[in-house]
Design a protein around this ligand. Structure first.
Ligand SMILES: [Zn+2]
Ligand SMILES: [Zn+2]
Ligand SMILES: [Zn+2]
Length: 248
């Protein structure tokens, strides 16, 4: 399988409209600080699955030459994770969409005009798409009641995407996500900015979580402009960037 981080930004993306900080300036100058909103592409010879449909989905598909998506898995119903689905208008209809019932109820109300094919999934119960085994697990992202992360398995390889979450991931989920080859983790801010963001992990918490679940490789995502410009920040943190690929 191949995993591509299509979008590694937090909700407003980087640069933020109207912001002139060093990181946003680096983003405008074409640096890797330029971060579109969250989405991950999972590919095999059998097809392509999107984890979340970023508001920047159209731009992401065009810039990566993606012609067709076989399925979408939504982690939760926050604006920055699903609204790009509308960009399938007159491009693709009847897309297979997966998520927990609460999330599908909420999102499908907004995108019903595209007639997606609904697949309700249950945390801990595996399902197969494009020859891969997917399992969703509950995370903690209040006030969203049922936010999830995603486990992807192919043979003995295992990739875990945390989704948006703080570090109170339920015990049952921790058991499911142990020992991944790759952990793609929400780390919205570095740990030295003097404040904490609720609902997400900072880089320190994300690092501790990665150690707790014995991740072999870690990449941080859902990143805000509070990190230093990318090339400086990567000296300290394993930050992802838009277009970063992992092949297993
Ligand atoms: Zn988010
Ligand atoms: Zn900024
Ligand atoms: Zn969220």
């Amino acid at each position: 399988m191949k995993i591509t981080l299509l979008g590694t930004g937090d909700a407003p993306g980087t640069p933020i409209i109207g912001c002139d900080c060093r990181t946003c300036r680096d983003a405008r100058n074409g640096g890797k600080s330029n971060r579109t909103r969250f989405s991950v592409l999972v590919e095999t010879d059998e097809g392509k699955v999107l984890i979340d449909t970023s508001p920047d989905m159209r731009q992401q598909m065009l810039s990566r030459g993606i012609k067709h998506i076989d399925a979408v898995i939504w982690t939760h119903g926050h604006y920055d994770h699903y609204t790009g689905f509308g960009e399938f208008h007159r491009v693709q209809s009847h897309v297979d969409v997966y998520g927990v019932t609460d999330t599908l109820d909420y999102i499908l109300d907004y995108v019903s005009f595209l007639k997606p094919r609904r697949h309700d999934v249950i945390p801990g119960e595996p399902f197969e798409i494009i020859g891969l085994e997917f399992t969703v697990f509950e995370v903690n992202h209040p006030p969203v009641e049922k936010a999830i992360g995603v486990i992807i398995r192919e043979g003995d390889r295992k990739v875990v995407i945390s989704g948006d979450t703080d570090n109170n991931i339920p015990e049952k989920s921790l058991e499911l996500i142990m020992d991944p080859d790759l952990f793609i983790v929400d780390a919205i801010i570095p740990d030295d900015v003097g404040f904490h963001v609720k609902k997400h992990m900072d880089a320190k918490e994300a690092t501790e979580m990665a150690e707790k679940i014995r991740a072999k490789e870690v990449v941080m995502t859902h990143l805000s402009h509070y990190y230093k410009p990318h090339e400086e920040a990567v000296a300290t943190f394993p930050l992802g960037y838009d277009g970063m690929e992992f092949i297993f």
